[in-house]
Every structure is written in structure tokens, then in C-alpha cells.
Design a binder for this molecule. Structure first.
Ligand code: ADP
Ligand code: MG
Length: 391
């Protein structure tokens, strides 16, 4: 898979190659990077993703029969799945059929269709190619079935259908941040999302900065088991603290003073996990305030504190992520940076002065190579708007 730009014409040509003839439409959905608010989503907390200028495209044509015929530039063959399929296939098409099933279950219109996909988003890098696939497919299917309501009227049905498809059909225990970003994003801004109330707010990103996402080139085996273990530890923290704080439902209800007072009463490891979540929730509004005023020293400190908390309290960083953060901090144009995503590999996210971005990328790549004897991949990205039907 390459990050080279894909045009509407490319998508139509790919469709023609797979199915013959022209598609009825081409849908597009962006990937995302989370700026701050890590491991807070499943604790009812705050997150701050930004949609990025890499997207997944879905070229589609309606079929009279209730089947999906699915093809992807990234995988060989055409897969035919009945809309009433009883079980997942165990391949990439599950993201699409899972979303279609969940849409129908939510009362959204779904019709048979041929869909051809291609993506600019490197898969498994933490830029959420999976949610982009779900939302491009979901939006395309809705429009093919004749639902012409404007996106804001459909947003949460589409978001929750994509999430449900991934949870129920693919078996990934994900939150809804990635799908929400793909559906609700605005160019030039990050999306402040409250995972409890689903309230959103747009935080403009200063125009002098670009996003630099630096891929460590590793993804340690530990990632999935540690993720599940952290979720259990957060539940244990709630259960332990609830003995002192009756009515406590999630770590979102815990503030630093409460933790100071009762943290000593629970298991020390669990207390540190809780401290990460509680302090991270407080860092999200602090980062928003710094972004609003273009206060880079403040943002740098908040991002650094987030990274340290993920490394020391939540223990989900790794030597490669720490080295990448250190390499970035020493590179020209660096404004703020930290690890992003679940951890144990994947990427760091950085804000970088736009005019120095190429020098930043070169310096980080050389420094990371010297430290870890590995090749970094640096993606210089602009923010993007929400999923669309391409004109
Ligand atoms: P991430 O969302 O971080 O990129 P995931 O593991 O959640 O990583 O999702 C990656 C998976 O999504 C791929 O292995 C593939 O199954 C599916 N996928 C993503 N993009 C495409 C595409 N363009 N065509 C087919 N499948 C895709
Ligand atoms: Mg994913």
C-alpha cells in the first residue's frame, strides 16, 4: 500500500477493472491521529483526534440483489457476501459487511452493491485505516440506497454502525473515536470529543503548524494483551475507589484530589493506571487552551507530561517510542510531541513548524536510525474534513 494520492478518476478506473462499467459514486473517508487523550476513551473521558490528509476511497454501484460484491486494490479477488450473511469471513471484508449489518440493525437503508476500495492510509500504523474503510463503505452504501439526508442528520448512526461492525463482526474491542473523527472532522481543526456525553467542539490548529506522524516501524506482540489488561486495571480502580466514593461509575468521575486521598487504599499498580487516566483527562483541556492561543511552550509541556504518564504510570510505551519522542524533541521545527495510539510501537504525533517540516523529517529519521538501528517513516500531514461523496 502506498500513501500516493488517489483521485476520483483512479477510484473509477479501479472499479472498472474489478467490475466493468462506471461506479454510481465515489465516497471518501479520512484517517486520523489522536493529538492527546490516550487510553481515556474507554474510561468515558476526553479525546482530541484530528482527521488527516490520507483517506480511503470507495467506488460503488447499486445492485438489484441483496449482496455485496467487494474488491480492494490492497487485496486480490472479488468477494461476494449476502447482506444476510450469518458469520464473518475472517478477512478484510468483515469491516464492510459488519458495518452494513450494523447499519441495517440501526434502521439505516442498505442495498446490494458492488464496492471497490483503495486507501492512502498505511494499515496498522495507528492512523485508523479500519474506521476510514467502515465510514467510506457506510456513507457510500447509504447514498447508493437512496438516503440523501445531510451528513449531520446521519452522523451518530453512521459512527455507531462502524464501531458496532468492528466490535461485533471483526472482534476488535474499539471505542468510537476513530469513526467519530472520520464523520465529524473539520479541516483546520481537531475534534474535542467527550466520550461520555458525545459532545463535540472544534479546536482550531494554528496555521503555522503541520502534523508529523513518525512511525517506529515496530508493533510489539504485547499490544493486544496489554490493552485488555489495562482495561481490566481501570475497572479494578473504579471498583476499589467506589468503596470510598459511592456511586462512582468510571474514572471520568475521579479528580486528582480524590486520587490523592484514596489512591493509597487500592493496589499500587492499579492506582498508577488510574493516575494516568485522571491526569490525562485534565491534560486534554489544557492542550486545547494552548492550541487556541498558539502557546507552544505550554503545549510542549502538556504533550511531554502525557508521554511521561503513558511511559511511567500506564506503562504502554516502549524503547522505540521513547527514542522517537527524544529524536523529535531535538529536531528543527519541533513544537510538541508524544506517543499516540495504544502503545508498544506504532507512531508518535508531533506538531511541527510548517516551513521546517522537511528538515524535521530528515533529522528525526537520521537520529532514530542512529539510536535504534531502524528506519522511521515520517508522514507530514495536513488536517482534513469529514467523509464526503466526491463530486
Ligand atoms: P489501523 O486501523 O490502525 O490502520 P487496523 O488493524 O485496525 O489498523 O485495521 C487494518 C485492517 O483494515 C487491514 O488489515 C485490513 O483488513 C483493513 N483495511 C484497511 N484499509 C483497507 C483497504 N483499503 N482495503 C481493504 N482492507 C482494508
Ligand atoms: Mg483500526
Amino acid at each position: 500500500m502506498s500513501t500516493a494520492p488517489i483521485s476520483r478518476e483512479d477510484a473509477a478506473a479501479g472499479f472498472r477493472g474489478a467490475f466493468g462499467g462506471a461506479p454510481d459514486l465515489v465516497a471518501r473517508a479520512p484517517g486520523r491521529v489522536n493529538l492527546i487523550g490516550e487510553h481515556t476513551d474507554y474510561n468515558d473521558g476526553l479525546v482530541l483526534p484530528a482527521a488527516v490528509s490520507l483517506a480511503t476511497f470507495a467506488a460503488g454501484r447499486r445492485l438489484p440483489a441483496p449482496v455485496l460484491r467487494l474488491a480492494s486494490r490492497e487485496f486480490p479477488g472479488v468477494v461476494e457476501v449476502p447482506l444476510a450473511a450469518r458469520r464473518p469471513r475472517g478477512d478484510w471484508t468483515d469491516y464492510v459487511t459488519g458495518t452494513a449489518r450494523a447499519m441495517a440493525a440501526r434502521g439505516l437503508a442498505v442495498a446490494g452493491a458492488e464496492l471497490w476500495f483503495a486507501s492512502e492510509i498505511p494499515p496498522g500504523a495507528g492512523l485508523s485505516s479500519s474506521a476510514a474503510l467502515e465510514i467510506a463503505a457506510g456513507l457510500g452504501l447509504l447514498r447508493l440506497a437512496g438516503d440523501a439526508r445531510p451528513l449531520p442528520a446521519l452522523s451518530w448512526d453512521l459512527i455507531l454502525a462502524g464501531q458496532a461492525g468492528e466490535r461485533e463482526w471483526v472482534g476488535a474491542n474499539c471505542g468510537f473515536m476513530d469513526q467519530a473523527s472520520a464523520v465529524l472532522a473539520r479541516a483546520g481543526a481537531a475534534l474535542l470529543l467527550d466520550c461520555r456525553s458525545r459532545e463535540t467542539e472544534y479546536i482550531p490548529l494554528p496555521a503555522e503548524a503541520v502534523l508529523a506522524v513518525c512511525h517506529t516501524g515496530v508493533r510489539h506482540e504485547l499490544a493486544t494483551s496489554a490493552y485488555n489488561q489495562r482495561r481490566r486495571e481501570c475497572e479494578a480502580a473504579v471498583a476499589g475507589l467506589a468503596a470510598h466514593l459511592p456511586g462512582l461509575r468510571s474514572l471520568r468521575d475521579v479528580n486528582p484530589e480524590m486520587l490523592e486521598r484514596y489512591g493509597g487504599e487500592i493496589d499500587p499498580v492499579v492506582a498508577r493506571r488510574a493516575r494516568h487516566v485522571v491526569t490525562e483527562n485534565a491534560r486534554v483541556p489544557a492542550a486545547c487552551a494552548a492550541l487556541r492561543t498558539g502557546d507552544w511552550p505550554r503545549l510542549r509541556a502538556v504533550f511531554a507530561a502525557s508521554h511521561a504518564s503513558l511511559r511511567d504510570d500506564y506503562e504502554v510505551s516502549c524503547p522505540e517510542l521513547d527514542a522517537m519522542v527524544e529524536a523529535a524533541a531535538a529536531a528543527p521545527g519541533f513544537l510538541a510531541g508524544r506517543m499516540t495510539g495504544g502503545g508498544f510501537g506504532g507512531c508518535t504525533v508531533n506538531l511541527v513548524a510548517a516551513d521546517l517540516a522537511p528538515a524535521f523529517a530528515a533529522a528525526v529519521t537520521a537520529d532514530y536510525q542512529a539510536r535504534m538501528h531502524r528506519r522511521a517513516r515520517v508522514f507530514l500531514l495536513a488536517t482534513a474534513g469529514s467523509a464526503t461523496i466526491e463530486p
